[in-house]
Design a protein around this ligand. Sequence first.
Ligand code: SF4
Ligand code: SF4
Length: 277
Amino acid sequence: MPPIIEKGADWFLSIGTTNSPGTKVFALTGKVKNTGLVEVPMGTTLREIIFEIGGGILGNKKFKAVQTGGPSGGCIPGSYLDNPVDFDSLRELGSMMGSGGMVVMDEDTCMVDMARYFLAFTQSESCGKCPPCRIGTSQMLEILERIVSGKGAHGDIERLEELGRLIQEGSLCGLGQSASNPVLSTLRYFREEYEEHIYDKYCRAKACNGLGRYRIDHTECFLCGLCKQACAFGAVRELKDKFFIDEAYCTKCKACYAACPVDAVKIEKVAGEAGKV
Ligand code: SF4
Ligand code: SF4
C-alpha cells in the first residue's frame, strides 16, 4: 500500500498485464523448495514463480502440477508452465486466481486422490442451501472415494464430468460454482490416471492404498527383513533365503513398501481387471 499511495494509481496500473494490472501475492506451498508468500507482477509465468522464486521441486523430483486459487482451483500440468499468470489465463486453463493459493505437486502426487482431497473440503463447506451443491458434491465425493480405493467402475469418469458440469451451472454461490474445478481440471489433464485407477487398479504415484500388485524384486533385495517385520498380516514369507509376498494374505496396506530401504518392494499394474466393482 505505501508505494501505491506514494507513487499513485497510474504507477501501480503500469505493472502487470492490460486486463490484470498490478501485482499479486501468492501463497506458494507444497513440494517446492522455498515456500512462503511471494508478490509478483501479474503476467509472471508459473515457471518463474515455481522454479526461480520457489527454487524448484523438493528433492529434485519431477514437477507434475500446480493448483492455483485455493481448494476450488484447478490443477495445471507442466505443459502450461510458461503461461503468464493472470485472471484470464488461469480461467482459460480451468483454474482461477481465487485466494492466491499455489500448491505445487511432484511425481509422487496422485491426481485422483488430490481431487478427492480438495472436493472433500468444499463438500464439507457447502452450506446445503441448494441441492446441486449439497447433493452433487457428496455424490462426486462418493465416486472419487470408490475410485481411489480400487472400486471404480466403468462410467464413473462420465458421471463425474456430468455431475461437475451440473453443479457448476446449478449452484447459487461461488462455492458450488467452483467446487468441481479440481475434479474437472484433473479429468482434463490427467485423465489417464483416473483410467488406471478404474481399469488397471493401479496408482502410478503409489499414493493410494489397496491398488496394484505387490512383489519383491530379488535383484534389489538385500534380505534385511524389514518388510517382514512391517507386515501385520503375515503376507511376507521367507523361503530359501528369499522374501516373497503371498498375495492371498496381502491387504495392499503399503507398510512393506514404506519399510524397504532400497525400494525393492514393487507395486505393479494389475491388467485385465477392467471396471470390476
Ligand atoms: S502390502 Fe501390507 S499386507 Fe501386503 S505384504 Fe506389504 S505389508 Fe504385508
Ligand atoms: S525390506 Fe527390502 S531389502 Fe529388506 S528384505 Fe524386504 S524387500 Fe528385501
